[in-house]
Write a protein that binds this ligand. Structure first.
Ligand SMILES: NC(=O)c1ccc[n+]([C@@H]2O[C@H](COP(=O)([O-])OP(=O)(O)OC[C@H]3O[C@@H](n4cnc5c(N)ncnc54)[C@H](OP(=O)(O)O)[C@@H]3O)[C@@H](O)[C@H]2O)c1
Length: 312
């Protein structure tokens, strides 16, 4: 199990073909070079043979010495060799170039198809979130002012398309976001809808839970307070200077009207979801802080902690 790793050749057949062709090409050029040198020496030898040694001294064609024709024929053969190496004989051959081009085209086609699919999916998600925000009837609640010394704060994490949950569960796990949630809400009251409460395995320590439900006899563990309206929830937290509304979608929507602050974790991704955070109206909410957190081995998505305060 812990033996030495076998050294498998790491070159694939395509790379091997490329290397072999490069070697072939070097040989072809070397041969051409040798041919040129032999041609020069041979030509000099032919000239000496005729003019100095007197070989075929009387042999003439059309009034010119034979060696001139011999050199011209050889020059023609050399030029033909040169033409073959540099013009007709391409580096890897036409077939290879074509197959590489085909491969490139098919790779690009796969990328285009993938992008098209992602676009369709994102459009669907955006449409889903917009439909949710527009078509769900706005719950009618009496706007009850929170005490002057109190800062009612909504705390939420939402995707780029405002997704916050699916099948009564959170969609992601971002440990630094959970740490921040714990740090901010520690020792405070946390207001939530019945469904969010049921998504917890047990009540969270060091926080007073206020659960909103229309059910008359909704049973909860000791220490958890049940109220029947958001107004009663506000009454129940009147002695806390910073109570938190922790979700889910239905409660956020109602709390937006009365909250003073939003601590939003914007997760930089579009998610499939069945529950969404309401759109933040920037004519009402002013961004006062924004801290980016990149994705890393503990966080599958990049996100930003954004704080909003109500302008009016
Ligand atoms: N990403 C985040 O930051 C975050 C935070 C929290 C939750 N979530 C997710 O959000 C989802 C749950 O949200 P949700 O919108 O389905 O449910 P929810 O808001 O948690 O709870 C809805 C329930 O609250 C009660 N309720 C709502 N308005 C009321 C009113 N005016 N008076 C009395 N009772 C009222 C009703 O309970 P009864 O039916 O009992 O009457 C209603 O069914 C889950 O997927 C959860 O994981 C995400």
């Amino acid at each position: 199990m812990f033996g030495k790793k076998k050294n498998n050749p790491s070159i694939d057949s395509e790379q091997l073909e490329l290397i072999q062709n490069a070697q072939k090409r070097i040989k072809q050029k070397k041969r051409l070079h040798v041919h040129f040198v032999i041609f020069l020496i041979g030509s000099i030898f032919l000239i000496i043979a005729n003019t100095v040694l007197g070989i075929g001294k009387d042999l003439k064609f059309f009034g010119k010495e034979w060696f001139l024709y011999a050199i011209l024929i050889w020059l023609f053969l050399f030029l033909y060799h040169l033409f073959n190496v540099f013009v007709t004989n391409k580096f890897m051959g036409k077939d290879w170039e074509k197959s590489q081009l085909d491969k490139l085209v098919s790779k690009q086609q796969v990328r285009i198809n993938k992008l098209k699919n992602e676009l369709v999916k994102e459009e669907k998600l955006m449409a889903q979130s917009e439909v949710y925000n527009e078509t769900k009837p706005q719950p009618s609640i009496t706007i009850k002012e929170t005490p002057k010394n109190q800062e009612l704060t909504i705390i939420a994490a939402a995707g780029e398309n405002d997704a916050i949950g699916r099948d009564n569960q959170l969609i992601w796990h971002l440990s630094d976001d959970l740490k921040r949630f714990k740090a901010l809400t520690n020792n405070h009251h946390i207001i939530m809808g019945r469904k969010t409460f049921e998504s917890f395995p047990k009540p969270l320590p060091n926080r007073t839970h206020i659960v909103i439900s229309r059910q008359a006899n909704y049973k909860v563990p000791d220490g958890v307070i049940v109220v029947n309206s958001i107004e009663d929830a506000i009454d129940a937290v009147k002695n806390d200077t910073q109570p938190f509304v922790i979700g889910g979608g239905e409660i956020y929507k109602q709390a937006m009207l009365i909250a003073d602050k939003i601590e939003l974790t914007r997760v930089h991704h579009n998610f499939e979801a069945d529950t969404f955070f309401p759109k933040i109206d920037t004519s009402i909410w002013k961004e006062i802080n924004n801290t980016f957190h990149d994705k890393d081995k503990n966080h599958a998505y990049a996100f930003s902690f954004i704080t909003y305060e109500k302008k009016i």
